[in-house]
Design a protein around this ligand. Structure first.
Ligand code: ATP
Length: 296
């Protein structure tokens, strides 16, 4: 029996002359969270659409729990849930009414729907708001309701396309907790994000997608380790970062780097040495083609 829930080999997709996915390989272990990290236009949504059978690749293979996304499309659809960036809930209805409506559409009886709605409202911390119209909900509550609605029928694999885009920090953290709870229940989760911290906090494994290729993959720690030991950060008098440079952290390397840049630093510039953040990793992997090649 396979221990991977999602397997992708040599996946390619072009729109006209634009190659959007240029040979993607990845595996996602059962019951794990995998983050696909990439800037705007990297091809994240295109990959999610192929994995969720909404679009077909030009070539390559993708399987969900062993089922091929093209040949076994129906079986794949029975295994997956897809939620996007934009809420698919009815604003005029209450949270409870939205969930009950989706339960009935999924074929549950009125009684079963009430039971399932109560479970979901509790799980997604929406009990207090159950009777309020969705138009009065905050962005975070809407996103939780959207997730609740899409999980009316529980399926083993969940695709989350930029789940926290547009949310404030508090709502984002609350949604992270919900996502981690879903993993604890045994779900396999593939999420896309532009937020490095999100990938760092949630994912067992991260793949960085840039120009349709995976330019690096591994745990957050292993990605940070690839970028280098530490970072020299220069800040101006307003405490804004004006330059960030990788360093091995040795006295020799730090003094050599400082000698090179000292002449061009404005007066009052301060220096900090710190461990690389996920932002450093992301920038190193997605901005310079030469760096990409050497880091893969
Ligand atoms: N149906 C389509 N027809 C033509 N081009 C498309 C289509 N879908 C996506 N693209 C193009 O493919 C590229 C990748 O898009 P995709 O939505 O997969 O990126 P993304 O990584 O999800 O970015 P974002 O974070 O902005 O959603 C973009 O340049 C986009 O314009």
């Amino acid at each position: 029996m396979t221990t991977n829930s999602i397997e992708v080999m040599g996946l390619r997709k072009s729109f006209g002359k634009q190659t959007v996915l240029d040979g993607i390989d990845l595996q996602v272990g059962k019951g794990t969270i995998f983050a696909l990290l990439g800037p705007n236009g990297a091809g994240k949504t295109t990959l999610i659409h192929i994995l969720s059978t909404l679009s077909e690749p030009d070539s390559g293979v993708a399987r969900i729990d062993g089922y091929d996304v093209i040949d076994d499309r129906k079986a794949v659809r029975g295994l997956i849930t897809l939620t996007g960036q934009f809420a698919a809930v009815d604003e005029v209805l209450t949270g409870l009414e939205n969930i009950i409506m989706m339960c009935r559409l999924a074929g549950l009886s009125a009684g079963e729907s009430r039971v399932r709605a109560a479970e979901l409202l509790k799980q997604f911390d929406l009990e207090a708001a159950a009777g309020k119209r969705v138009k009065s909900y905050s962005g975070g509550m809407r996103r939780r309701l959207d997730l609740a609605v899409s999980l009316v029928v529980s399926r083993p694999v969940l695709f989350l396309d930029e789940p926290t885009t547009g949310l404030d920090t508090v709502s984002r953290r609350s949604l992270w907790e919900t996502i981690l709870q879903l993993k604890q229940q045994g779900m396999t989760i593939l999420l896309t994000t532009q937020y490095l911290e999100e990938a760092d906090q949630l994912a067992d494994e991260i793949a960085v997608l840039n120009h349709g290729r995976i330019v690096a993959s591994g745990s957050a720690e292993s990605l940070k380790a690839r970028v280098g030991g530490e970072v020299i950060e220069l800040r101006n008098t307003l405490d804004e970062v004006i330059l960030s440079l990788p360093t091995s952290g040795t006295v020799q390397d730090v003094s050599r780097t400082l000698n090179e840049i000292a002449g061009s630093c404005p007066p009052g510039t301060r220096i900090y040495i710190r461990k690389p953040s996920m932002d450093d990793v992301f920038l190193a992997l997605t901005t310079t083609d030469n760096k990409e090649a050497s880091l893969v």
